[in-house]
Every structure is written in C-alpha cells, then in structure tokens.
Design a protein around this ligand. Structure first.
Ligand code: AMP
Length: 179
C-alpha cells in the first residue's frame, strides 16, 4: 500500500484519553490484513540482516507488532510489562509522564548478556517509554540494535531523546507532523 493509504487505515480520535491529545488508533490499521502485513514487512526489512536474537515488545500495543516480527525474523519474543504482571523475578525502570510516573518490568533472566535486541512499540511520542525499555535491555548487558515503531510523532523529538539518553537509533514507518 502507498504510505498515504496506510496512514488512512489508522483512525485519528481527537481528545482521547484527554482533551488536546490526538489519539492514533492502530485498531483500524491492524484489522486491515494488507495494512498489517505491510507494517510487519517494513519492520522485517529493517532487521532481517541484523542477527536479531530477541524482539522486546512494550505492553500492550508493542506486543501486536513485536510477536509477528519476532517470528518472521526467527527471533524470540520478550515482554516488557506494567507492574505486577510478570510472575518471576524482574528488573524495572521508572520514567516520568506528563503527570506522575510509570514503571515497566522485564524478567531478570529474559535476555542473555550480549544478545541483539530490537525494542518495539506501536507509537513514538516523547520517547520516555522507549528510553526506559532500552535501559532495561542495557541493564541486562545486551545490545539494543534499534528502537522500532510503526508511528512516529516527529515534532515531539522522541528519536533525539532516545539517541541522546541511550545511544540507540530509531526506526519508524509512518511519520506524522502531530504533537
Ligand atoms: P512516549 O513515552 O511519550 O513516547 O509515549 C509512547 C506511548 O504512549 C506508546 O506506548 C503509545 O502507544 C502511547 N501514546 C502516546 N501518545 C499517543 C497518541 N497520540 N496516540 C496513541 N498512542 C499514544
């Protein structure tokens, strides 16, 4: 599909979850088989030659893209989850949101030292979530090959934040001039 047609599969919902936020709703994208296939194929092409051991998906929409990508790459899939979801011993990272803070966890034994990992989420906004995810992989002494997203809100400069704070490069498919 053309990029513009792909973007048209993603519904925009104003003022969700609160006033002033333009929510990019991927439910309408992934229910379209051709669009979903193009998204996974784009991501696959970025990483097929990079010896990826694991794709680490950020709960919850990162799981939707991360699991099929991992299968296609011949890699394993790792879950980065909200507190009190993972059953075994975890490591965690807390990061700031506009109001308050949030924490993500990963099983302590999820990733071997030196493994090559792609961190993935549906959308890059300010980059705070992805920085925390990259920090978790680095805590496990593994490499983050890239942080990958289907959607990037470019004016928020999340890619710059990720690069500055973690040294990790960003890959994104659909760039929006929204903040
Ligand atoms: P951030 O940490 O600011 O990069 O926020 C990224 C996380 O928040 C991702 O998990 C996104 O799914 C979600 N998110 C942030 N802004 C939006 C938006 N405008 N539309 C949909 N999801 C969003």
């Amino acid at each position: 599909m053309l990029i513009e047609d792909l973007k048209n599969t993603i519904r925009q919902v104003p003022d969700f979850p609160k006033k002033g936020i333009q929510f990019l709703d991927i439910t309408t994208g992934v229910k379209n088989h051709e669009a979903f296939t193009d998204m996974i194929d784009f991501l696959y092409d970025q990483f097929k030659d990079k010896n990826i051991d694991y794709v680490a998906g950020i709960e919850s929409r990162g799981f939707i893209f991360g699991a099929p990508l991992a299968l296609k790459l011949g890699a394993g899939f790792i879950m980065m989850r909200k507190p009190n979801k993972l059953p075994a011993e975890t490591i965690s990272e807390t990061y700031n949101l506009e109001y308050g803070s949030s924490t993500i966890h990963m099983h302590k034994d999820a990733i071997e030292k030196g493994a090559n990992v792609v961190v993935i989420d549906d959308l890059l906004a300010t980059g705070g979530t992805a920085v925390a995810a990259c920090n978790l992989v680095h805590k496990a002494e593994a490499n983050v090959v890239a942080a990958a997203f289907v959607i990037e809100l470019t004016p928020l400069k999340g890619a710059e934040k990720i690069k500055n704070e973690t040294g990790v490069d960003v890959v994104s498919m659909l760039k929006y001039d929204l903040d």
